[in-house]
Design a protein around this ligand. Structure first.
Ligand code: C2E
Ligand code: MG
Ligand code: MG
Length: 322
């Protein structure tokens, strides 16, 4: 099936040249494509401004990595059996010289479109691994702390990522099993190359985690074919749990599915003790969310680790798995 995306520019006296009309129709066509293809969009002057801003963001991002404007923040992942921090997720933020802190949702899509996510990801992997080595040295004798790093579909589409992960482990000295790579279902669904690469990554000894579980086009056969270690329940499910009924049943089903496939379960986006209590009742192993802590800069996360204080959980500690 062939479909068409149509950009419309309405003729008005302000246009002096045919090329200008075509340029604007072109801008509108790209908007139609962005909106999901097989539709039309009518040109509006704001599209120019947005396109200019997008271009600016792109060129700024190109320089951001070299200028050291990117920072990793770390959000604790807490064991629901011990209340102790057992790991963290590395989340990138951009300390933009004029726009201030920009969250990843505002620039990762641009980084993906431009391919900049590859050097960005390389930097994030090494930085996260190095920090993790320091924490484990500081906490010698305590529970080992792991670090999770997000990989986008574009990264899994390039064989370079295998080298980047290997180099990050080698240069930092982090044992492979303390590095967890988070990928989403969309990555898994890209057959062929991505599939092979995931298996090669797995062969390095790192953990594979399926992020945002339940929000994409989950295919049970994919879950079965890839040797994931952990399944991360998306925040959208956690946030609806308190409504009870089928919302809790859904999470319960995801947990059973994970158990059947011998996968660990982490829940993300915990914002209150009621959610936590429900997750404890379902014997979910670990959780992360604002209720425990927002993502923290490396020094603050280290402080939190050094305090060695377990979080107080609604149902108490040392619950054994059902
Ligand atoms: P994600 O991997 O699913 O990360 C979890 C997101 O949920 C983070 O948003 C985190 O700050 C947020 N979050 C955690 N707990 C709570 C909570 O209790 N309530 C709410 N409302 N939100 C919570 P963030 O930092 O904005 O990151 C968004 C996405 O950007 C990430 O989603 C990930 O897909 C992507 N990302 C972040 N860092 C990187 C990176 O280094 N590389 C790549 N490729 N993607 C990244
Ligand atoms: Mg993630
Ligand atoms: Mg997620």
């Amino acid at each position: 099936f062939a479909s068409a995306s149509i950009g419309v520019a309405l003729g008005f006296p302000g246009y002096a040249r045919a090329e200008d009309v075509l340029r604007d129709a072109d801008a509108a066509m790209y908007r139609a494509k962005d909106l999901g293809r097989a539709r039309h969009a009518v040109f509006h002057p704001s599209m120019h401004t947005e396109a200019r801003e997008q271009l600016q963001l792109e060129s700024d991002l190109r320089r951001a990595i070299d200028r050291g404007e990117l920072r990793l923040t770390y959000q604790p992942i807490v064991s629901l059996e011990s209340g102790q921090i057992t790991g963290c997720e590395a989340l990138v933020v951009w300390d933009h010289p004029t726009r201030g802190l920009i969250p990843p949702g505002d620039f990762i899509p641009t980084a993906e479109e431009t391919g900049l996510v590859v050097p960005l990801g390389r930097w994030a992997l090494l930085e996260a691994c190095k920090s993790c080595v320091v924490w484990n040295e500081t906490l010698r004798g305590q529970v080992p702390i792991s670090v999770s790093v997000n990989l986008s579909a574009i990264q899994i589409g390039t064989p370079q990522v295998l080298e980047d992960v290997r180099a990050a482990l080698l240069l930092s000295g982090l044992p492979a099993w303390l590095l967890k790579l988070e990928v989403t279902e969309s990555v898994v669904l890209q057959a062929g190359h991505g599939a092979l690469l995931l298996n090669q990554l797995k062969a390095l000894g790192v953990h594979l985690l399926l992020d945002d579980f339940g929000t994409g086009y989950s295919s049970l056969s994919y879950l079965h074919n890839f040797r994931f270690d952990t399944l991360k329940i998306d925040r959208s499910f956690v946030s609806q749990m308190e409504q009870g009924g089928r919302h809790v049943e859904l999470v319960k089903t995801i947990v059973s599915l994970a158990r059947a496939l011998s996968l660990d379960v982490v829940a993300e986006g915990i914002e209150n003790p009621a959610q936590l209590q429900l997750l404890q009742q379902l014997s979910v192993e670990a959780a992360q969310g604002y209720w425990f802590s927002r993502p923290l800069p490396a020094p603050a996360f280290r402080e939190l680790l050094l305090s060695r204080k377990p979080f107080v959980l609604p149902l108490g500690l040392a619950r054994t798995r059902a």
